[in-house]
Design a protein around this ligand. Structure first.
Ligand SMILES: Cc1ncc(COP(=O)(O)O)c(C=O)c1O
Length: 377
C-alpha cells in the first residue's frame, strides 16, 4: 500500500498544551474516558451490544479503547475505512453502508479473504449487489456477514418494504459464503431533531417498521439475529425498544457543538466535549483577534466552531483564518496566545487532520494518527 510521507507532527509526549503546534486537533483524555464509561454503562443497562461508529474519529487507537470499554467491534462507512481498521487488528467491523462498483466489491472481498478470523459485515439494499458479493466470495473462498439495509425514515438508502427485505434476505441466504445477520435500521433523520419528543417519535416509527420487517422475515423462515441502528441523538430509544439488539453511536465519544444543541433527555447520559481545535493568535488589533485555523482545520457545515472562553465570538472564517470579535467580558487575548475551539461537526473536522493530540490536564500524553483520514472511497 502507498503511504503518504508525513513530515509535520504537532507535538510530542510530555509537551505542554500551549506548546503544541497549531492548528491541531486535541483530545481531552479525561473527558473522552468519561464518555467511554457513560456509553458503556448505558449499553450495559439496556443489555444491547455497543458497536460505535468509527467514521467519527477514524483513529485505530480510539477504536481499540472503545473495544476495551465494552464495544463488541466498530462500524465503518467505507471499504477504505474498513481496510484500515481490519488491517490494524480490529476483529469485528460492520460497514453500515452499501458498497457498489466492481473495484470496491473486489477490495471488500479481498479484505475478508485476507482476514478469515475477522468478522466483516456489509449492508445491501439491492439484489444485484448481493448476488455479486456472493459470487465474489465463492470465487475467493471468503466469508461476509450481510445485513439488509432497511429505510426507516431517512430516505437515503435501504429497502422500503418488508416484502423487499424478505426477497433480498432470500438472495443472501442462497449464497453459501454470505451469512444473513439481520437488519440495519439507522434513523439518521432523527439524530439532530432538537426536541426530545420529536426524536423519540421518529425512533418509535423506525422501531415499528423494523419489528414489522423482522416478523415478515421470520414468517418466511429467515432468521433475523441482529437489528442494529441508533446514533448519539437517539440510541437510548433504540436500546430500550426491545427490538434493536445493537446500537452504533459515533459522535458521543468526541461531542460537537451541533449535538450539544439537542435537548438533553433526562434518561440519557450526558456526553462532554472532548474534541477541540487548538489555534494560535497570529494577529491582534483592539477587539479583534485572528487565529491561524480556518476552513482547512474544521468544518462549518453545521455552523461555526465555539470558543471555550466567554466574551469572544467567531466573527468570520476563511481558509486559514478565524477572526474572533470581543463581545463582552472575557479574557484579554494577545499575540501568540493559544485558543481552543469546539468544532461544530466532529466527523468532517477530524477528516481534515493527520494527528490527534491526546492531552490530560494540560500535558500531551500521546499523539495518535488519524489512520483512516481521507479513506472516503
Ligand atoms: C449508519 C450510521 N450509523 C451510525 C451513525 C453515528 O451517528 P452519530 O455520529 O450521530 O452518533 C451514523 C452517522 O451519520 C450513520 O450514518
Amino acid at each position: 500500500m502507498v503511504t503518504r510521507p508525513t513530515t509535520w507532527i504537532p507535538a510530542a509526549k510530555g509537551d505542554r498544551l500551549q506548546d503544541v503546534d497549531t492548528p491541531a486537533l486535541i483530545l481531552d483524555l479525561d473527558r473522552f474516558e468519561t464518555n467511554l464509561a457513560r456509553m458503556r454503562a448505558a449499553a450495559a443497562s439496556f443489555q444491547v451490544r455497543l458497536r460505535p461508529h468509527a467514521k467519527s474519529h477514524k483513529c485505530v487507537e480510539i477504536a481499540r479503547r472503545q473495544i476495551a470499554a465494552g464495544a463488541i467491534g466498530i462500524c465503518c462507512q467505507k471499504v477504505g475505512e474498513a481496510e484500515v481498521f481490519v488491517n490494524a487488528g480490529i476483529g469485528d467491523v460492520l460497514i453500515t453502508n452499501e458498497v457498489v462498483g466492481e473495484r470496491k466489491l473486489q477490495r471488500l472481498v479481498q479484505l475478508a479473504r485476507h482476514h478469515p478470523n475477522a468478522r466483516l459485515g456489509v449492508c445491501v439494499d439491492n439484489v444485484q449487489t448481493a448476488r455479486r458479493l456472493g459470487a465474489l466470495c465463492m470465487a475467493q473462498q471468503a466469508r461476509l456477514d450481510v445485513y439488509v439495509d432497511l429505510d426507516v425514515g431517512q430516505n437515503r438508502t435501504g429497502v422500503a418494504t418488508p416484502q423487499e427485505a424478505v426477497e433480498l434476505a432470500r438472495t443472501v441466504v442462497a449464497c453459501p459464503r454470505l451469512t444473513f445477520m439481520g437488519l440495519h435500521a439507522y434513523a439518521g433523520n432523527a439524530q439532530h431533531r432538537r426536541g426530545v419528543p420529536e426524536r423519540r417519535a421518529a425512533v418509535e416509527a423506525a422501531t415499528r417498521k423494523a419489528a414489522e420487517t423482522r416478523a415478515a422475515l421470520r414468517a418466511a423462515d429467515l432468521p433475523c439475529e441482529v437489528i442494529t441502528g441508533g446514533g448519539t441523538g437517539t440510541f437510548i430509544y433504540e436500546a430500550g425498544s426491545q427490538i434493536f439488539s445493537e446500537i452504533q453511536p459515533g459522535s458521543y465519544v468526541l461531542m460537537d457543538v451541533d449535538y450539544a444543541r439537542n435537548e438533553q433527555d433526562q434518561n440519557a447520559p450526558r456526553f462532554e466535549h472532548a474534541l477541540f481545535i487548538l489555534a494560535t493568535v497570529m494577529s491582534q488589533r483592539g477587539d479583534r483577534a485572528t487565529l491561524d485555523a480556518g476552513l482547512k482545520a474544521f468544518s462549518t457545515d453545521a455552523g461555526l466552531p465555539a470558543p471555550t472562553f466567554t466574551g469572544w465570538q467567531v466573527w468570520s472564517v476563511s481558509d486559514e483564518h478565524t477572526v474572533l470579535q470581543r463581545t463582552g467580558d472575557g479574557p484579554s487575548i494577545k499575540l501568540g496566545d493559544k485558543a481552543l475551539l469546539v468544532p461544530s461537526h466532529c466527523d468532517p473536522t477530524v477528516n481534515l487532520h493527520e494527528w490527534i493530540v491526546a492531552v490530560r490536564k494540560g500535558a500531551v500524553e500521546a499523539v495518535w494518527p488519524i489512520d483512516a483520514r481521507g479513506a472516503f472511497f
